[in-house]
Design a protein around this ligand. Sequence first.
Ligand code: NAP
Length: 503
Amino acid sequence: MANQRKTTPADAVASTFAATPLALADPALFRGFSYVDGRWTAGANSRTFRVSNPADGSHLGDVASLSGDDSQMAVDAAQTAFGIWSSLLPQQRSKILRRWFELILDNKEDLARIMVLEQGKPLSEARGEIDYAASFVEFFAEEAKRPNIESVTSHLPDAEVEIWREPVGVAALITPWNFPSAMLTRKASAALAAGCTVVAHPSAQTPFSALALAELSERAGFPAGAFNVVTGVAPVVVEPWMKDKRVRAVSFTGSTDIGKLLYRQGADTVKRLVLELGGHAPFILFADANLDQAIDEAIKAKFATSGQDCLGANRFLVERPVYEAFCTRFSQAAAKLSVGIGMDDPDIGPLMNEQAVAKQEEHVADALARGARLLTGGKRHRAGRLFFEPTVLADVPADALIMHEETFGPVAAIAAFDTEDEVMQRANDTEYGLVAYLHTQDPRRIYRASRALQFGMVAVNRTKVTGAPIPFGGMKQSGLEREGSRLGMEAFTEVKYVCRDWA
Ligand code: NAP
C-alpha cells in the first residue's frame, strides 16, 4: 500500500542534528518527533524533553513532548485508520508486517547502535534484542494470515453456528526502557496482525528506538494512522488514552505499581488489559545439578542486560552440600565480568539512571546490616556515575529487602536451603510470579518442582527460554495475559458467535 510521506520542517532539523554524532548508515532513522497519522510532529506546543546517554550523561537529542490534546489526536488517527486496516485481507496485512520485519533486519546495526546510546546495554546484547524484536514481527506476520476461526457443530436443530474473532479496535501500548525495541514489536505486531491499530508510548528515557521503528513502519507501507508513536511525559500522554472509550485494549510492560494504576484507570471504560509487570526470579540449585553448567547459567540469569531484566534472577537458593562451592565459584566468575560503555561491548554496561544505582546501594547496605557476607563488588564502579560493580552477597537472610524487592541491577543474593519442601515454600513466598530457574538432574524432582512453582515460566537447567512462539507472562502480581505465541493476539480480538437458522 502506497503511503504518502509527510514531514514537518522541524523533522528535517532532527535528521541533520542526528547524522553526525551517531554515525549511522541511515541517519533518517534517528527521529526527534512523534509519529502520528503518518506525520512527524512536534505537537501543538512544540515542547521537548532531553534524552541522555547513560554511559556518560552526554546529550543525545531533544524529543517532542506532546500534550494530552495531541495524544487524543493520535487516537482520532488510529480510529480512522482502523476502518482501513481492519478491512484489508489478512494476507495484505501479513505482507506489510513481513516488509517491516525485513526492514528491521536490514537496519539491524543502526537500530542496535541507537539502542546502545540511549539505553546503555552492550552492543552484542543490543544486536540480539533487534533480532528478538524482529522475530515477533515475523511470527505475527504469519499469524495474521490465520485469524482464529473455530468451527463448532451446531447443538440446535436447523441451525448453523459460527465463531469469529474480530479485532477490538484501537490498542494503546506502553513500553519500558530496558527492552525498548522488543517490548514494542512484541505488542504492536500482535495487535496489527489482529487488525487493530496502535497508539504507543515509549519510555521517555529511550524514545529513539521506538521512533526508528516508526520510520521503518512508514517505509513498510502501513496506512497513515495504523501505527502511531507518541512521545512525552507518560501520564500526560497515557491518561487520555485510559479515559477514551475508543481505546479498547491496553498492553503495558513495566513496573507492578504503574500496572496497578493502569488497571484502575482502565476500569471505567472496561478495557482489555495485558500487563507484563515485575519479577523476582528464584534460581534454585539442588546438589545433584551439574555445577559447572549451573554457574554459567547463573551468570547469564543475573547479569544479562546489566541485571536490568524482568527475568533477572534476584535470589539464589542453593542446597547446603554445594552451597560454599557455588558461592566461591559464582563470585569468582562475577568478579571477572567486564564493566564499561556499551559500544565497547563489555559484559555489563551502565544502569539506566541514578535511582537504579541508589537501589543497588540500598539493597547491599540492607543485606550487610542484616548479617550477609560480601563476596565481591558492593559499590559504584569506577567506569562512571551510573556503573555498579558486579556484586555477590552470601548468607542473605530471608527478611532482607533484596529477598523481596526487585533489585533490577547487578547484585546477586545467595542463601542456603536444606529440603525440597523448604525451597519451594521460599521460592513461592512472593507476590511476583514471572520466571523461576531450576537446576537438578532428577527427573521426578523436575516434574514435582515445575508443578509446585507458582511462576508463569519455569526454566530447567537453562536460562534462555524466551522467543516469539512461546507464551511469555507471569502469575500473581507479575501480570495478566500472555505475549508472543498465538495467545499474544487474544487480547486484541473479540469473539463473536453467530447462530443462523437455515430451515
Ligand atoms: P515503569 O516506570 O513502570 O515504566 C514503564 C512505562 O510506563 C514507561 O513507558 C513509562 O514512561 C510509563 N509510565 C510511567 N508512569 C506512568 C503513568 N503514571 N501512567 C502511564 N504510564 C506511565 O517501568 P520501567 O522502570 O520503565 O521498567 C522496569 C520495570 O518493567 C520492571 O519492574 C521490570 O520488571 C518490568 N518489565 C517487565 C517485563 C515483562 O515482560 N514482564 C519486561 C520488561 C520490564 P516513562 O519511562 O517515560 O516514565
